[in-house]
Design a protein around this ligand. Structure first.
Ligand code: MN
Length: 365
């Protein structure tokens, strides 16, 4: 699912993906300016995604309409209680839990309430810095000087978190309050991004892709190309620094005539189909075809008997020489990406396939 928004005060993009290895997506997200939330659930099937959904639902319901750190903190605390109560009542399962990183942006102010290891980063003048501190076992090892950040990314216990919503009714989020500038970009992501990509790789992508939706998409594609070992969720917000204009009340309904409504509908349909055509042209997907990787322009699937894709070419890359998670994904739903990124992905796959082939020959001897 990807959502895109261009409210006057803030432009944002988001994408969540199951990844290449997991069989379901336990991450949840909410994009409702000024509120943005990422929650990474845990607890297995019919539990992790329940916990993260309850967190996101409760916070979007209870978050204040304007920036208020105490009220945001209270909303996160209520989400914690709601998850504990749901488990008791048989919704989800005992032991389910979730991380939660809830941010609110308005004008030049950013507040964050955070529990767990879903991070918030800020890109300021091209430089990326991590705003939040992970509540995780490996973060403690880094702080104690026992391992490096790079070692933490591949540490066997990298996903062990030391604070989560859903276990202790007294759990409190860490609260942050920052001033930000026009031109800054906020990134909120689950550990499925940060365990697959180094900070400098994230920074590179964020510096290149200006459009927040494209940027979110590219970050997720890069995490998938790097192995996609976990669910990946990304929200990117371009900060304009402008104070939000007061929302106009919905009024004067009587003046809206049926004719205006019909004209608007026609315009919307025309815009939507034009946007859809452009989007399909800029999209690409990779899928297994007779054991090789095939590149299609467009989007997979069909609608009312129409297809929105055409075969570009079938490569020489043997699907079975790729990592099993990726191979499996190519054989089932395929990997969707942008047309621009497709070449790069194919180059990565080719490299991976060459390694895979070398390895199977070695094993064979
Ligand atoms: Mn995760």
């Amino acid at each position: 699912m990807a959502r895109k928004g261009h409210e006057s005060e803030v432009a944002f993009g988001s994408r969540t993906d199951i990844g290449c290895v997991r069989d379901h997506n336990e991450d949840s997200l909410c994009v409702a300016p000024p509120l943005f939330v990422v929650a990474d659930g845990m607890g297995g099937h019919a539990a992790g995604e329940v916990a993260s959904e309850i967190a996101v639902e409760t916070i979007s319901e209870l978050a204040p309409p304007t920036l208020d750190a105490d009220a945001l903190c209270a909303a996160v605390e209520q989400a914690n209680l709601a998850i504990i109560q749901a488990a008791r009542q048989g919704r989800g399962r005992k032991g389910m839990g979730t991380t939660c990183t809830a941010a609110m942006v308005e004008g030049q102010r950013l507040i964050i309430a955070q529990v767990g290891d879903s991070r918030a980063y800020l890109l300021h003048e091209g430089k990326l810095s991590q705003l939040t501190r992970d509540h995780s076992y490996v973060a403690e090892l880094i702080e104690a000087g026992e391992i490096t950040r790079e070692e933490a990314r591949t540490h066997p216990r990298r996903s062990a978190i030391t604070r989560a919503l859903g276990s202790d009714p007294r759990t409190q989020p860490d609260l942050y309050d920052f001033s930000v500038s026009a031109g800054d970009r906020l990134l909120i992501c689950s550990d499925g991004l940060t365990s697959m990509l180094r900070d400098d790789e994230i920074s590179d992508i964020m510096n290149k892709a200006d459009d927040p939706q494209r940027c979110a998409s590219r970050l997720v594609s890069a995490a998938i190309a790097a192995g996609g070992l976990d669910n990946v969720t990304v929200i990117v917000v371009n900060i304009t620094g402008n104070a939000p204009t007061e929302r106009r009340r919905l009024a004067r309904k009587s003046k809206i005539t049926a004719a205006i409504v019909i004209c608007a509908l026609i315009a919307i349909i025309a815009c939507a189909s034009a946007a859809f055509a452009t989007w399909t042209k800029q999209s690409a997907f990779l899928i297994a075809q007779d054991g090789k990787v095939a590149l299609y322009r467009g989007v997979p699937g069909e609608f009312l008997g129409m297809q929105f894709s055409e075969l570009d070419h079938v490569t020489d890359i043997e699907v079975d020489n790729l990592q099993p998670g990726l191979a499996n994904r190519l054989k089932t739903e395929g990997v969707t990406t942008t047309w621009e990124d497709a070449e790069k992905l194919l180059a990565d796959y080719e490299e991976q396939a060459n390694e895979g082939q070398a390895k199977s020959e070695e094993d064979g001897q």
